[in-house]
Write a protein that binds this ligand. Structure first.
Ligand SMILES: NC(=O)c1ccc[n+]([C@@H]2O[C@H](COP(=O)([O-])OP(=O)(O)OC[C@H]3O[C@@H](n4cnc5c(N)ncnc54)[C@H](OP(=O)(O)O)[C@@H]3O)[C@@H](O)[C@H]2O)c1
Length: 397
């Protein structure tokens, strides 16, 4: 029997038995007629070794979310241009997300327009994942989240890029209400101005607003698991974490949402809130993390109100001053402030589910993520004990 995939003058070779091989002219797969546009030369049937017509420049690819987005894009046969700064060995591991020749690297400087234009010149999709949780000597929030985002959007527009995906943050607003830090979160304010800047330059941009993102090498689970976040065995939280509601999202779901938006023509010009399927009190979540890590009350874990601990406040201030470039345990005032901002999901603004993503429940993923942090995991504790799942956190209804 032979399989026949015929269109026009295609060559068909018939084999005896079950397999038939059909050769199909590449141009018949093309979505565009322009033979000089690489993106129009779709080839193959999907998968890492094919070419799906997407040529994507991913800024911020070396970061936490970037790795997942690149892998998902590479997996469906996209060509990737990955601009990076600093040591190229940092970026080099991303070479494996695509087939040979599909992943290209380019050094760049965020303030250099020529670099940006060169990086987006051959692309039809640009993803902006550039961001930082704290300000450094060289780059303030405004430089990275507003001026940087604007420059990327402008370069993309100038190059005729079709899709611009910008990653902002949930709760971004012009004047965030202060909880602990005077003046409120500068990070969230800069993310709001960043969205405005991107939309001015590229009105059809798609914007994602993720809540706290968790996954391998995240800055959410690992932040609370870090020894430096605690005071000895005790965990200080603002008002014991009992007044803060969080809705964290799994990184793979966010990456899947970004890829779905790239493929969906209707996503242009829309904002998506990237949140998890359930809402929890922060107190419930942190207690549960510690139960999962076998660091429960028997171990000595106590959650208490940060307001009555001046030593914790001194510790945060010293950590910021001593290592401003990379605060130990990600402990800095901006992070502490954002910890206590309720995740506000606006009705009427679409979420990842509107992009067809099935959201991962924290209860299914977090035990695995936190397992390496379990107390006594490499010592003589009963392995069966680690398989036991402690009581999950209560959900806010
Ligand atoms: N992770 C979360 O929980 C979360 C939540 C809400 C929003 N977001 C936003 O999502 C985006 C990606 O987050 P992420 O967790 O992947 O961040 P990340 O791990 O900190 O990575 C940030 C990326 O931006 C690059 N970058 C930072 N400053 C730069 C500069 N001045 N010039 C050039 N590149 C610069 C970094 O490059 P280097 O590797 O060279 O430093 C890195 O590739 C960010 O905009 C972030 O604000 C994240």
């Amino acid at each position: 029997m032979a399989v026949v995939l015929s269109n026009g003058a295609n060559i068909l070779r018939q084999h005896t038995g079950v397999i038939g091989i059909a050769y199909i002219r590449a141009a018949n797969y093309s979505s565009e007629g322009n033979p000089y546009n690489l993106a129009s030369l779709k080839r193959g049937t999907g998968g890492r070794s094919s070419f799906n017509g997407i040529v994507a420049t991913v800024f911020g690819a070396t970061g936490f979310i970037g790795r997942y987005v690149c892998n998902r894009l590479g997996k469906i046969g996209s060509q990737l241009i990955l601009p990076y700064r600093g040591d190229h060995y940092e970026a080099l591991r991303l070479k494996l997300v695509g087939d040979l020749g599909q992943v290209l690297f380019q050094p760049y400087y965020l303030r250099n327009e020529e670099d940006l234009e060169k990086a987006v010149k051959y692309s039809n999709v640009v993803v902006n994942l550039v961001g930082r949780d704290w300000e450094t000597k060289n780059f303030k929030f405004d430089d990275v989240h507003v001026k940087g985002a604007r420059a990327l959007a402008r370069a993309a527009k100038k190059a005729g890029v079709k899709k611009f995906i910008h990653v902002s943050a949930l709760n971004a607003e012009k004047n965030p209400k202060p909880v602990i830090k005077s003046g409120g979160s500068k990070f969230l304010a800069s993310k709001w101005y960043g969205e405005c800047a991107v939309l001015e330059e590229f009105p059809e941009a798609t914007i994602f607003r993720p809540s706290d993102v968790y996954g391998q090498e995240d800055r959410f689970l690992r932040y609370y698991a870090h020894n430096w976040r605690r005071q000895g065995l005790w965990m200080p939280l603002w008002k014991k974490g009992e007044c803060t509601i969080k809705q964290p999202v799994f990184v793979s779901d966010l990456a899947a949402g970004i890829v779905a938006a790239i493929k969906d023509p209707d996503a242009a010009g829309k904002i998506y809130q990237a949140v998890g399927p359930k809402r929890y009190y922060l107190s419930e979540l942190v207690d549960w993390f510690y139960r999962l890590m076998k660091k429960d009350d028997k171990w000595g874990y106590v959650r208490y109100d940060m307001r009555f601990d001046p030593f914790f406040k001194v510790k945060v201030s010293i950590t910021e001053k001593v290592c401003p470039g990379f605060p130990i345990g990600n402990l800095h005032w901006e992070r502490v402030e954002r910890e206590y901002i309720n995740d506000h999901v606006v009705h009427g603004i679409p979420t990842l589910e509107d992009l067809g993503i099935t959201l991962t429940a924290m209860e299914d993923q977090v035990p695995w993520e936190l397992r390496p942090y379990s107390y006594g995991i490499y010592h003589d504790r009963d392995l069966e004990e680690f398989a036991l799942r402690p009581e999950p956190p209560k959900v806010v209804v």
